[in-house]
Each structure stands twice: as structure tokens, then as C-alpha cells.
Design a protein around this ligand. Structure first.
Ligand code: KIV
Length: 290
């Protein structure tokens, strides 16, 4: 028996059909905020695997392949050891698992801070190898030149200011930022600098709420809050945190589920049935015919 593969000539290679959903674009995300207002807040969650992306895709505007995968997937102590290879591989899986959301991939520590040319090399590699639409990098004013350089060369950039986990060794921990006037002013200044440099959106992480509100008003692009304010133009959380995969989560996380409990209960039942030889049953075994 032979199999015939038929090429559907009515479909375009750029936009193959059937397509379950039309993917959003970076300009559409940017245009969510018009004249300083965002009517429909943007929904972003982290995703690291294809199956996770499939489950989140229809509900989100953006999927972030965050370098938080260092802790969440690899059990690393921080995001510092995360590599470009890890980011490219997980981002490719998320792109394969999604049709609708804009996929943004984090640039890992050490892959962009050296120079704007280094940033271009790393970012272009991430986009080529994964098919993601944009990169995210941490840092404010000091990264503005890099943001503009990438943007002018076809790489959309999401900024990330406030609590920037890649700077944990300088910051000394993961506490909320902006507790004194100078720091508050710096965070708003950083957001403005990234906006002027052409960032299409800016993550505001772990900042006092008045700073998040001020920064959101001060920039023309959407701000995406995490531990910031409901007044931001969108929100992001680490998916495993909001699903309740971990006992300990940052204060700003709302646990919508207790998935860890569901997994533990389910696995305990499986272990019990294996030990009692009550699994597998006739339903899960193959018997000779007749
Ligand atoms: O790495 C990550 O998941 C992030 C989000 C928490 C914003 O940067």
C-alpha cells in the first residue's frame, strides 16, 4: 500500500490554511494602548513547553518564554545560569504549541549586556531558531541604545524594569523596588527611556503601586505588571506559580489552583494501585483475540 501526499496549491506558504487562529502581532500589541489608554488589558503568561502553550494560547495575547524556566524547569538557584540554547529550545517548543499569541523570548544573562552587537547576535539567533516574534531584556536607561539598535534591525523588544531578577547579585535579593524617592524616580525614568528607544511594551516587576501607575501614565507603550498594579496595561504571572505548582511563591502571586495537590493525590493513587496489582486492569491490557 502506498501513501500519496497531496500538495494543497490553494494554500499560501506564508499563511498556511487551515489555520486554527490568526496569530497576533507585535504592532497589534503595541496598538492596544492608544492615547495613553488601554481599554482591554493585555494578558500574558509564561510558557516553556509545547503542551503548556497549547493550553494557554487561546486565553492569552502574549506567551513569554521567561528565563524563570531556570528555576521552574531546571531547578537552578536563579536565572543567572540560563543559556541561549535553553531559551532557543523552549521558545521553539512554545511557538510549535501556539497559533494565536505573540511569543516573546527572554534574553538570558550574559547574552546581551556586553554590547548592542552582542545583543543583536543573540537576539537574532533566538528568533531564527525558535520562530518567536520578539525578545525581552532586563534593564532601563543603560539598555535604551541596545533596544533602539535591535528595533531598527527588525527585532522587537519588550523591556523589563523594577525588580530585575538577573541583577539579583547587585540588588541583594528579590525585594520590591522603589522604596525611596531616588529609586522610584529611576524606575519611572528607566521606563521612559525604554519607551523612547522603541520598546513595544515594558514589564514592571515588583514595584510599589504608585510607581507602577506613574510609569504607566508616563510611557506611550503598554506596561505589563507583575507585583505592580491593576492599573498597568496588562498583567503577567509565571504559570506554574498561579496554578499552585509550588508551595512558596512571591507575595504578588495569586494561586488560582493547587495543581501540586492534584498531582500528589493522583500519583499517590497510581502508586497504591500498582502496589495492589489493581492497575492495569482489562481496560488497559491487550488480550489475544477469540
Ligand atoms: O522570566 C520570567 O518569567 C519573567 C516574568 C516573571 C516577567 O521575566
Amino acid at each position: 500500500m502506498s501513501t500519496t501526499f497531496k500538495l494543497d496549491t490553494s494554500t499560501s506558504r506564508a499563511n498556511p490554511t487551515p489555520q486554527p487562529m490568526k496569530r497576533l502581532t507585535v504592532p497589534k500589541i503595541r496598538a492596544h494602548k492608544a492615547d495613553g489608554e488601554t481599554k482591554d488589558p493585555l494578558v500574558m503568561l509564561t510558557a516553556y513547553t509545547a503542551r503548556q502553550a497549547q493550553l494557554l494560547d487561546a486565553h492569552c495575547d502574549m506567551l513569554l518564554v521567561g528565563d524563570s524556566l531556570g528555576q521552574v524547569i531546571y531547578g537552578l538557584p536563579s536565572t543567572i545560569p540560563v543559556t541561549l540554547d535553553m531559551m532557543a529550545n523552549h521558545a521553539a517548543a512554545v511557538v510549535r504549541g501556539s497559533y494565536h499569541s505573540v511569543v516573546i523570548v527572554d534574553m538570558p544573562f550574559g547574552s546581551y549586556e556586553g554590547s548592542k552587537e552582542q545583543a543583536f547576535e543573540s537576539a537574532s539567533r533566538l528568533l531564527k531558531e525558535s520562530g518567536a516574534a520578539a525578545v525581552k531584556l532586563e534593564g532601563g536607561e543603560q539598555m535604551a541604545e541596545t533596544v533602539s539598535f535591535l528595533n531598527q534591525r527588525g527585532i522587537p523588544v519588550m523591556g523589563h524594569v523594577g525588580l530585575t531578577p538577573q541583577a539579583v547579585n547587585v540588588l541583594g535579593g528579590y525585594m520590591a523596588r522603589g522604596r525611596d524617592d531616588a529609586e522610584a524616580e529611576k524606575i519611572v525614568g528607566d521606563a521612559k527611556a525604554l519607551d523612547e528607544a522603541g520598546a513595544f511594551a515594558i514589564v514592571l516587576e515588583g514595584v510599589l503601586e504608585p510607581i507602577a501607575i506613574e510609569a504607566t501614565k508616563a510611557v506611550s507603550c503598554p506596561t505589563i505588571g507583575i507585583g505592580a498594579s491593576a492599573q498597568c496595561d496588562g498583567q503577567v504571572l509565571v504559570t506554574e506559580d498561579m496554578l499552585g505548582m509550588f508551595e512558596r511563591v512571591p507575595r504578588f502571586v495569586k494561586k488560582y489552583e493547587n495543581i501540586a495537590e492534584v498531582i500528589e493525590k493522583t500519583v499517590a493513587q497510581y502508586a497504591e494501585e500498582v502496589r495492589a496489582r489493581s492497575f492495569p486492569t482489562a481496560d488497559q491490557t491487550y488480550q489475544p483475540k477469540g
